[in-house]
Ligand binder design. Sequence first.
Ligand code: 17E
Ligand code: FE2
Length: 412
Amino acid sequence: MLIVNARLRGKNGVFSLRLHGERIAAIDAQGALLPAEPGQLNAEGNLVIAPFIEPHIHLDATLTAGEPGWNMSGTLFEGIELWGKRKATVTHEDTKRRARTTIDMLVAHGIQHVRSHVDVTDPSLLALKALLEVRDETRHLVDLQIVAFPQEGIESFENGRSLMEQAVELGVDVIGGIPHFENTREQGVSSIHFLMDLAERSGCLVDVHCDETDDPHSRFLEVLAEQARQRGMGARVTASHTTAMGSYDNAYCSKLFRLLKQSAINFVSCPTESIHLQGRFDTYPKRRGLTRVAELDRAGLNVCFAQDSIVDPWYPLGNGNILRILEAGLHICHMLGYEDLQRGLDLITDNSARTLNLGDGYGLEVGRPANLLILSAPNDYEMLRTQGHALVSIRHGKVLMERTPARVEVFG
Ligand code: 17E
Ligand code: FE2
């Protein structure tokens, strides 16, 4: 397959990309835009980029909003309570069907790599077993990492530790946690020690729901970062949400950031989810309830954006489009500066790939997998301004998704 008239991020000029089997065989400068020949894919001067990534979603809970009731307070805690009820009625088939439908939505928007948390605070581990099957059955669509996510706690849920260990036995890729939701601060701390031990023993990655609250006293991030630093595991560890950091004062943050840099852990922010779930106990002034995305980025730390939910007890909207999350996130995080707009797509591509430890399984380079997108604009700035789309998604060297853009005519 030959793709012609491609622009590449960070490079001047136009390029053609030759795919051979499941690999990128060549990337050549073209000189100028050329008429495409039959059989060639014409990028028409638009960006060709490695696939979009969804680094944090809950595929077990997706498409359940309103079952058995709607989240009326808009809080994380009512969401967890509602999910506790819905969880009692999940079946293997129901879980697989909703996850498959959601993966199709992600694929339709150019996503080919996904990390899904799956609630393992269920003695039957039913949803986990269903999602492990989905991981195998959707390899032609996405690379799916599964996180053992203890929604109701590792220490505060009965047999929580054992359920996490069973999840590892069953074959999860990543160890999760939820220290801010454990009953006591001590349990939060011990849960992190436990999950880091488990990750080190099993070779799994780590991705902890960490300090997802506006409570400025929720300080488990320092525990996670210090554990990662001591064990030399920073690149393999991710702190998701860390919304409390939006409420930490600057004096504490200036000390914290020193540790974060030493630990070199990764960060995921879910801007639409957090702007919706956080700030709920405020009147005015009302907090935005997001972590310090711009500040982490400026400090050289790795941070990326994620959807978190699609139509579930925590968030009623969502359609799989990660570009929508990027647009919201850049607004909410004060990241519409010129420099940010030049490299906005980093937050849903390269930074996310680093979080997921994709290594040389990702990126537009000769010899790497022939997984890529043709976008509808020539650069990051124009993709954002025009609310562009992924027009073509190629996976394993074959077209996986094609989108026909809307045609609009103005008369007069
Ligand atoms: N569970 C949780 O603890 N936090 C979230 N944002 C979601 C599920 C979606
Ligand atoms: Fe989450």
